[in-house]
Design a binder for this molecule. Structure first.
Ligand code: TYD
Length: 210
């Protein structure tokens, strides 16, 4: 499928305000008449949303780390086929809540799986559809959980504990150095409107939005 649109992914720890920032950016694109699709991982379509329910279900405490990583990778492939690649072929801008760097940060940094294993199982995504840019909404997890008043007790990943989320954050910081220009940090310590202005300025400077 030919890729004509722009692919922008959003990353960050829990509660940094990704969905709010994506909504504000979507409003901006709508006001300018830019055709776009807003989607999320794991999920987006019927099959990947079904996989999402299995992954996040709080009762599956016995799920192995490898199984978790493979389910995220499976949901990703299906999501690409159902949602992302068709939208890019139509020339739309795609805003995606989480993508491959979430697997590197959560299953790599958080769970301790090797980067080689994660790259192997995510090869299809890496070879066929890397984002034009991934924005890392930068706020340490302690601050983010304060903002959202604690972790969701029904969410297996949110329940993983403070040390896990700190490792996830530190892995994102390393990834910023490994993928300069591809993974870019946006400081989120200000108001949501200040953060949104930073996001728009960055995307404009890269020629990804008007
Ligand atoms: P979600 O409720 O969407 O969290 P958030 O609003 O913080 O994005 O659930 C997605 C969860 O899945 C989140 O805890 C991060 C995790 N995740 C991974 O561990 N690996 C992945 O590859 C992806 C895409 C998400």
């Amino acid at each position: 499928m030919e890729r004509k649109g722009v692919f922008i992914a959003f990353e960050g720890c829990e509660g940094v305000g990704k969905s709010t920032q994506m909504r504000l950016l979507s409003e901006y694109l709508s006001a300018r008449g830019v055709a776009h699709t807003v989607t999320r991982e794991p999920g987006g379509g019927e099959i990947s949303e079904a996989i999402r329910k299995i992954i996040l279900d709080g009762k599956f405490t016995a799920m192995t780390d490898e199984c978790e990583a493979l389910l995220y990778a499976a949901a990703r492939v299906q999501h690409l086929a159902d949602t992302v690649l068709p939208a890019l072929a139509r020339g739309e801008t795609v805003l995606c809540d989480r993508y491959i760097f979430s697997s590197f940060a959560y299953q790599g940094g958080g769970r301790g799986l090797s980067r080689k294993f994660l790259r192997d199982i995510n090869r299809y995504a890496e070879e066929n559809c890397m984002p034009d840019i991934t924005l890392f909404l930068d706020l340490p997890p302690v601050r983010a959980f304060e903002r959202k008043h604690g972790a969701d007790e029904n969410d297996r990943i949110e329940q993983a504990g403070a040390a896990f989320h700190q490792k996830v954050y530190e892995t994102y910081r390393q990834l910023l150095e490994e993928y300069p220009g591809k993974l870019v940090a946006v400081d989120c310590s200000g108001t949501k409107f200040e953060t949104q202005e930073k996001i728009r300025a960055l995307l404009r400077a890269k020629g990804l939005i008007g």
